[in-house]
Design a binder for this molecule. Structure first.
Ligand code: SAH
Length: 345
């Protein structure tokens, strides 16, 4: 296997240069080209000698994503990118403009094996994990394309980040490294469907990222009907892992709750949810489900969403309704990639 240059940490890259018979500072220069100047190829790297570039071309791999498609919302300027990876696989990322800065939502895997019933990303199954470099490059390519600085990153695109644990952790370290984009860990959110052992492992790493848990239901039975992972890890077990996460990191956990009409959006559901998480230092993000054509789930009405929110608030729970960004483009996870796959068939 050739060396995957963009996935090497600052220290690893300097070690690699020494292994190749070069000075360690070449590693620092290369790191800066890749992770600060966001160079797309060796050609951009003006202070790297030709002999080293040739050596790298033989022994290492330096790949960059290419923009395959980009849809721009006429409503709010949200951009949905379809990127081609070096092996031809496709992943999606989204750029959203908020008052507090630009936020990018990245994918962590090609496809997904978690099988959540309402999600488009899992319909074609899982193909492979993304490397740390490929995750970083989604942000780099967007920053390069728009010329605007990205300040927040959410790992909420296609894939289950906790199912790609080592790469996600390395990605977080590299993204927040002062020698790279230097994005504060407080501005990074990782969303999981609830792989308990991985949540506990993450809690021990002492990162200051936000953990988001995809909860989507107020009891075990309803959750299992929407999310197969609930059969492996029971709802109380997952919530206990979130409590541990808060205890160890001091970071308030976010719960994602996609509202599906007639399934999980009644006031009784809201009451049950309040009881379930009422003791926790947490925040609930309500998202009217984004219907996908392969399933007949219907989004809750605006009234139902408001009633649900009010009920939680009355019970003292922090709650926001996720602003729907880019409603006029293929907003739901995995829809753009699927459209592309369908076109190819
Ligand atoms: N696998 C991770 C991260 C990717 S999904 C996780 O499960 O959290 C990001 C979020 O979008 C999750 O909360 C997921 O449940 C939600 N989601 C997926 N498809 C959706 C849809 N069609 N409508 C609303 N939310 C959806």
């Amino acid at each position: 296997m050739p060396i995957d240059l963009k996935s090497l940490s600052y220290d690893e890259l300097q070690e690699t240069m020494k292994d190749l018979g070069e000075k360690a500072f070449r590693g620092k220069q290369l790191y800066e080209w890749m992770h600060v100047h966001l160079a797309r190829s060796y050609e951009d790297m003006t202070n790297i000698p030709k002999s080293l570039k040739e050596k790298l071309m033989q022994q290492a791999e330096y790949t960059s994503l290419t923009v395959e498609d980009c849809q721009i919302s006429a409503i709010d300027g949200t951009r949905k990118y379809l990127f081609a990876l070096a092996d031809g696989n496709m992943v999606e990322s989204v750029l959203m403009h908020y008052k507090h800065g630009n936020s990018v939502c990245i994918s962590s895997q090609v496809g997904c094996k978690m099988g959540c019933r309402f999600c488009a990303s899992t319909l074609d199954g899982w193909l492979r994990n993304l490397t740390p470099g490929e995750m970083l490059d989604q942000i780099y390519a967007i920053q390069h394309d728009t010329g605007e600085r990205v300040s927040n990153v959410v790992v909420m695109g296609t894939g289950e980040p906790m199912d790609n644990f080592d790469n996600i952790v390395k990605f977080i370290h590299m993204l927040s490294d002062e020698h790279g984009l230097n994005i504060s860990q407080r501005n990074i959110t990782v969303s999981t469907c609830g792989l308990v052992p991985r949540i506990l492992q993450l809690a021990d790493l002492n990162l200051s990222i936000t953990l988001a848990l995809s909860l989507h239901a107020s009891n075990q039975e309803k959750r299992a009907a929407l999310m197969p992972i609930a059969n492996a890890f029971e709802i109380h077990e997952v919530l206990d892992a979130c409590r541990t996460y808060f205890d160890k990191t001091g970071r308030r956990v976010s719960f994602e709750y996609s509202l599906v009409a007639g399934v999980n959006d009644s006031e009784e559901d809201a009451r049950e949810l309040s009881e379930l998480i009422g003791d926790m230092n947490c925040h609930v993000n309500l998202i009217p489900v984004n219907p996908i054509k392969e399933r007949d789930y219907v989004s809750s009405t605006h009234d139902a969403v408001l009633r649900f929110k009010n009920r939680l608030e009355k019970n003292g729970i922090n709650v926001t309704i996720r602003r729907e960004m880019g409603r006029d483009i293929d907003g739901a996870c995995g829809q753009l990639r699927r459209k592309h796959l369908e076109r190819k068939d």
